[in-house]
Write a protein that binds this ligand. Sequence first.
Ligand SMILES: [Cu+2]
Length: 130
Amino acid sequence: MKRARALVLLVAVIAIVMSACSSDGDSDSVKVTATDYQFSPDSWTIKANTETPITVKNDAQVEHEWVIMKTEIMSEDEFAEDKVLWETEAEAGESKSDTIPALEAGTYQIICGLEGHFKAGMKGTLTVEE
Ligand SMILES: [Cu+2]
């Protein structure tokens, strides 16, 4: 009986430790894998007013971009360079490290700015929290 109780306690402790280590909440870095044609994961949360390292791993056959939009677009026809806040890109097969500049709190649309890629599904959401 004592043994069973100790086991239950151990399982509970492991569960608590694991939940503390999960990737919920703000992250100190952004990691994304680009394939043809999506981002994985497709949502990220980072801290406001803080430079954040990013790694874009391009597992695809073509170049991809990871673009933070200043203005959200609904279709590729609305895309324009002046709607871009910041971007990085990775060649096919490349793992690219870069630094996202400090951003104000808010929700930003992420897209791949290459022709046809947004339309094909390369989009995501960057949440920047105080
Ligand atoms: Cu792309």
